[in-house]
Every structure is written in structure tokens, then in C-alpha cells.
Design a protein around this ligand. Structure first.
Ligand code: HQG
Length: 181
């Protein structure tokens, strides 16, 4: 399997495990898990062919570690990024003093006015390092990094979660918790 094919399969997995399981007739349980055998079968029926070894390879080598198997290795889910409503079950934890959010230049004014909103996803996505935020922002245009006063938010009883692949998640960042420089 070539790198190009692996990326194609990985994008397909993001689509069905985060957004549209129904397009291939699979279901996610309330925690986002789906049966590995069924996923492979239904994917193959829908023209995306890969076997269990290839899936193992993708899960292990995916640059953002987007997918995870359960303990018994018969189920798989995306570790974050969902638009459909599921309960990831991560425990709330204290974030670092500052977390970063990458966005595009064109969204900055609206973010300063309204704070960070989760939009189509289940959470606002934040990172503990600026480099990751720049990459995330670049997906949307000219990147701008917004600083979030995460520890103060936490002290004010906002919840923060860290996904299995190291992305910080929260529900909403009111504008007053954005740092101005
Ligand atoms: C913006 C990728 C205007 C927000 C990444 C973002 C991440 C506002 C966009 C993950 C706003 C939503 C998520 C406001 C937020 N006014 N714009 N008030 N509040 N926005 O893609 O964080 O590669 O849903 O700045 O690495 O970009 O897919 O969120 O630009 O971890 O694994 O609304 O997706 O991971 O865009 O990215 P998205 P995101 P994967």
C-alpha cells in the first residue's frame, strides 16, 4: 500500500468515524466505538479496500494518532474531532496556564467578539504548543494563533479534557479569556 493510498484510507476513516458513519452503513456506539471487522467489511463493500494489517499500520503510524483501538482490539474510534454527538469519556483535567488555538486571519475579529465556538464539532480544539496551532490555522487560511487563559478558565470551573492523541478540548472559550497578545 503506497503512502498516497494510506492517506486516502486515513481520510476515509476520519469521515466515517467522526462525521458520517451512515455513508457506509456502520454505527458508532455512544462512546464513538465501532466494530473493526464490520468497518473493514463495509469499507470494502464501498470501494475502500484495506485489511486488518493495513488498519493496524495506519493506527500506529498516523501522524496525529487520530484513531485508537479499545483494549480488546476489536473496536476502533477517532480520538477527537467528531461532529456527531458522542461521549468520549475523557476525565476533566487541569490545563497548562496557556493553551493555543490556530485560526485564520479572517476569523479573528469574530473570535474577539464572540469567543471561540465549537462550530460543527463537539469541542473547541486547543493545543499546548504554538507550532501545532499554526498548522491547524493554516488549514483555514493565513494562520493566526490565539492564546487562551486556560488555567484561569479552569479555576472559574470550565472543564478541559485531553484526548488520547494530546488535543486539548473544551466547550467554549468566552472572549474575556483570550489573551490580547
Ligand atoms: C473558527 C484538525 C469565527 C475556528 C485540527 C476554526 C484540529 C470561529 C473554525 C481539529 C469562531 C472551526 C479541529 C468565532 C471558532 N468566529 N470563527 N467566534 N470560533 N471559529 O475545523 O480547531 O487533522 O471545526 O477558529 O488539527 O480548526 O482533522 O476546527 O477555524 O485538531 O485530525 O471556526 O481538526 O484535526 O474549524 O480544527 P474546525 P479547528 P484533524
Amino acid at each position: 500500500t503506497s503512502d498516497k493510498q494510506l492517506t486516502h484510507i486515513s481520510k476515509f476513516l476520519s469521515l466515517v468515524l467522526r462525521h458520517q458513519p451512515k455513508t457506509i452503513g456502520i454505527q458508532l456506539d455512544q462512546n464513538g466505538w465501532t466494530d473493526v471487522k464490520e468497518l473493514i467489511e463495509k469499507a470494502n463493500e464501498n470501494g475502500i479496500s484495506f485489511d486488518r494489517d493495513t488498519l493496524n499500520y495506519i493506527v500506529a503510524t498516523n501522524p496525529k494518532k487520530r484513531f485508537a483501538f479499545n483494549e480488546t482490539l476489536d473496536k476502533i474510534r477517532a480520538s477527537q474531532g467528531h461532529s456527531i454527538e458522542i461521549e468520549l469519556g475523557y476525565e476533566s483535567q487541569k490545563p497548562p496556564e496557556i493553551l493555543y488555538h490556530g485560526t485564520s486571519e479572517k476569523s479573528v475579529q469574530s473570535i474577539i467578539d464572540k469567543g471561540l465556538e465549537k462550530r460543527s464539532r463537539q469541542h473547541v480544539h486547543l493545543s499546548s504548543d504554538i507550532e501545532t496551532a499554526i498548522k491547524v490555522g493554516r488549514r483555514h487560511g493565513k494562520p493566526v494563533v490565539v492564546k487562551v487563559l486556560a488555567e484561569i478558565m479552569y479555576t472559574d470551573n470550565f472543564q478541559f479534557f485531553i484526548s488520547a492523541n494530546g488535543v486539548w478540548l473544551t466547550d467554549h472559550v468566552p472572549a474575556r479569556y483570550l489573551k490580547s497578545n
